[in-house]
Design a protein around this ligand. Sequence first.
Ligand SMILES: Nc1nc2c(ncn2[C@@H]2O[C@H](COP(=O)(O)OP(=O)(O)OP(=O)(O)O)[C@@H](O)[C@H]2O)c(=O)[nH]1
Ligand SMILES: [Mg+2]
Length: 242
Amino acid sequence: LLELRILLHGPAGSGKSSFINSVDTLVDAVSHDSFTTEYKTNKIQKGEPGTFYPFVFTDIMGLEKDTNKGVGVEDIKLAMKGNIKDGYKFKPASTISKDDHSYNNNPTLNDKVHVLVCVVPANTIHLLSNETVTKMRDVRLAARDMGIPQLAILTKIDEACPEVKRDLRNVYKSKSLKKKEFSVSLGIPLNCMFPVKNYHSEITTDDNIDTLILSALRQMTDFGEDFVNNLYRPTSSLQTGI
Ligand SMILES: Nc1nc2c(ncn2[C@@H]2O[C@H](COP(=O)(O)OP(=O)(O)OP(=O)(O)O)[C@@H](O)[C@H]2O)c(=O)[nH]1
Ligand SMILES: [Mg+2]
């Protein structure tokens, strides 16, 4: 296995790409990419050029309310199984075809997703349509059936609560960030939900932003390691695959 693959999914505009950029910002400079349309693997560069962290983020198109808009749930399932190659341009009205040159017929463990992250905006979570929530649920259940560990990040906490906007350290006291309610509607346990503020307009890095991002990231890599280690347990038939 070369690296852990972390797939981010969630409603359009929820902050998936920004989270990836934020992790990059902790280490490097800014890049901007809004409204994702392609399947893209993002490596995070370490200090020296050509050296990377042992995890990658897969960024995909957002989910939308309408059936023929945004990424399709079937495409996300195929992405989790490693069937989609980098650069695939999502077609909201149809699932990737097996004949597509971006269809990976023989995914390796490296192509498969090891951690699924559901990205939801804390400020507008109550406005999500039933249709979008249903799509998120389908993805969650598919990941569960595949044994892929999951967590959620709650983005835009600054926009959800003025006290948090003033001082990010108020995040755990905030009454408007009712994590418990979110947990129920997303079907993700409370201890697997991480509030974050992404870097978006900041010019310099900020320790409080970094702390939240790093604790979410730590959970992602821990979950990913557990998942991969379990595949290689002596009792597993996959043990010779490494
Ligand atoms: N205030 C605030 N704005 C944010 C935060 N995260 C993202 N944004 C803004 O929200 C908008 C959408 O963010 P993206 O990262 O493009 O969202 P996405 O989930 O990748 O969207 P799609 O690719 O279209 O599905 C951008 O204008 C970001 O600057 C946050 O934590 N706080
Ligand atoms: Mg995006």
